[in-house]
Design a protein around this ligand. Structure first.
Ligand code: ADP
Length: 367
C-alpha cells in the first residue's frame, strides 16, 4: 500500500515526441486511479514511468515516501498487468504465477501458500497445471492478475488489461477487478481508452489529451462538471450533444439561439453567460436531458423545441432517438415506452438546468 505522487512529469521520446507534458497526479493510498483518454494521449507512457519501464525526462515520481526516479523497475515494489498478459508460454500456470517469487528466493511453502490464495480469489485453482495456450483469453488474464497478486505489491499498475477480451467477458472481468480491489485494499493505477471502464472502476479519473492532464477528479464530477469541451465529449455514452449558436438577451432574460430554435437559460447561468451576449458559443446537452414532450408534465414544458426524428433505436430498457433540428443532429435517450414516428416533426423538452456552455475559442467550460 502506498500513495503515488507524480510531479511535473514530462517524457520526450528519442526523435522528439513529447508523449507526456508536465503531468501532476496524486494517487492516495488504496485509491483506484484511472488514466483515460484517446489513443496516443500519453496514458501508457505515464503508467510506464511510474513502473520504471520508461525513463522520465523531467519531473519527479514518488512511491510512498521514496523518490523513485532512479530506482529500477524491479525494486519499486509494484506489479504491472498488461493487455497482452505477457505470460511465459512454456511454463504452467503455477510456474507463471510463482515465477516472481522464485526469483526473489521466497521459501517454497510461502510460494505455495500465496499461489493458492491467489488462485482461490480468482477461481483458477483447476488451471494450475495448464500452459497458457490451453487457456481462454479470460483465463489468461486471470493468471496475469494472479501473478501480480502473489507479489503483494505496494501498488498495481494495469495497462489496458481488458482490451483483448470480447465485449461480454470485458464486462464480466470489469466486475471481477472491482471485487478484487475491494478485497486487496491496495493502490491501483489503471490505464484504459474506454470511458465506461473509467467511470465504473475509478475512485478518480484522470482524463488526458495530447500528453496533458485535462481534469482529475471523481467520476460524477467529471461527468457533471467537465472542465472543457474535450472532457465533456470524451466521458459519456452516447457522447454529449454539442451545437454552436449565439447567446441573445430579451426582456432581461438570456436565451441560446441555435438558429432553428431558442431556449431560455436558467437564472443561475446569467452572470457567467452575460459576457457572451451576441457571441458565438458552444452548447452541450446530454442525451438523457432531452425528453419527448408527450411524456413530460405541463409544468416543465417551457423549453420545447421541434426536430425531425430520423431514427428510433430501441435498446430494450431505453430508446435512442436520432434527431435533426434542421441545423444540428443530436441524440436523445428516452424511456422504453417512447416510440415516435420516423421522419416526422416531434416536440422535445430540454432540461436547461443540466446544460453546459463552452467558449467557442478556448473550448473551456463557462457554465
Ligand atoms: P496511449 O497509451 O495514450 O495510447 P502512449 O503513451 O503509448 O499513448 O503514447 C504517447 C505518444 O508517444 C504517442 O504519440 C506515441 O506514438 C508516442 N510513443 C510511445 N512510445 C514511444 C516510443 N517508444 N518511441 C517514440 N514515441 C513513442
Amino acid at each position: 500500500m502506498a500513495q503515488i505522487s507524480v510531479r511535473q512529469a514530462t517524457k520526450i521520446y528519442k526523435g522528439g515526441v513529447k508523449a507526456v507534458d508536465n503531468v501532476d497526479l496524486s494517487i492516495e493510498n488504496k485509491e483506484f486511479m484511472v488514466l483515460v483518454g484517446p489513443s496516443g494521449c500519453g496514458k501508457s507512457t505515464t503508467l510506464r514511468m511510474i513502473a520504471g519501464l520508461e525513463e522520465i525526462t523531467d519531473g519527479k515520481i514518488w512511491i510512498g515516501n521514496r523518490l523513485v526516479n532512479d530506482v529500477p523497475a524491479k525494486d519499486r515494489d509494484i506489479a504491472m498487468v498488461f493487455q497482452n498478459y505477457a505470460l511465459y508460454p512454456h511454463m504452467s500456470v503455477f510456474e507463471n504465477m510463482s515465477f516472481g517469487l522464485r526469483l526473489r528466493k521466497y521459501p517454497k511453502h510461502e510460494i505455495i501458500r500465496r499461489v493458492q490464495e491467489a488462485t482461490e480469489i480468482l477461481g483458477i485453482k483447476h488451471l494450475l497445471d495448464r500452459r497458457p495456450r490451453q487457456l481462454s483469453g479470460g483465463e489468461r488474464q486471470r493468471v496475469a492478475l494472479g501473478r501480480a497478486i502473489v507479489r503483494k505489491p505496494q501498488a498495481f499498475l494495469f495497462d489496458e488489461p481488458l482490451s483483448n477480451l470480447d465485449a461480454k467477458l470485458r464486462v464480466q472481468m470489469r466486475t471481477e477487478i472491482h471485487k478484487l480491489r475491494l478485497r486487496l485494499q491496495t493502490t491501483f493505477v489503471y490505464v484504459t481508452h474506454d470511458q465506461t471502464e473509467a467511470m465504473t472502476l475509478g475512485d478518480k479519473i484522470a482524463v488526458m489529451k495530447d500528453g496533458k492532464l485535462q481534469q482529475c477528479t471523481d467520476p460524477m464530477t467529471i461527468y457533471d462538471k467537465p472542465i472543457n469541451k474535450f472532457v465533456a465529449s470524451f466521458i459519456g455514452s452516447p457522447p454529449i450533444n454539442l451545437m454552436t449558436g449565439r447567446i441573445i438577451k430579451r426582456e432581461k432574460k438570456y436565451y441560446f439561439d441555435e438558429g432553428r430554435f431558442q431556449v431560455k437559460l436558467v437564472e443561475d447561468m446569467y452572470t457567467p453567460i452575460s459576457a457572451y451576449e451576441g457571441k458565438e458559443i458552444i452548447f452541450g446537452i446530454r442525451a438523457e436531458d432531452i425528453y419527448d414532450k408527450l411524456f413530460v408534465g405541463e409544468a416543465s414544458q417551457e423549453n420545447t423545441i421541434r426536430a425531425v426524428c430520423e431514427v428510433v433505436e430501441p435498446m430494450g430498457s431505453e430508446v435512442y432517438l436520432y434527431l435533426n433540428s434542421g441545423k444540428n443532429t443530436f441524440v436523445a435517450r428516452v424511456g422504453a415506452h417512447n416510440r415516435p414516428e420516423v421522419n416526422r416533426d416531434m416536440d422535445l423538452v430540454l432540461d436547461m438546468s443540466k446544460v453546459h456552455f463552452f467558449d467557442a475559442q478556448t473550448e473551456k467550460t463557462i457554465v
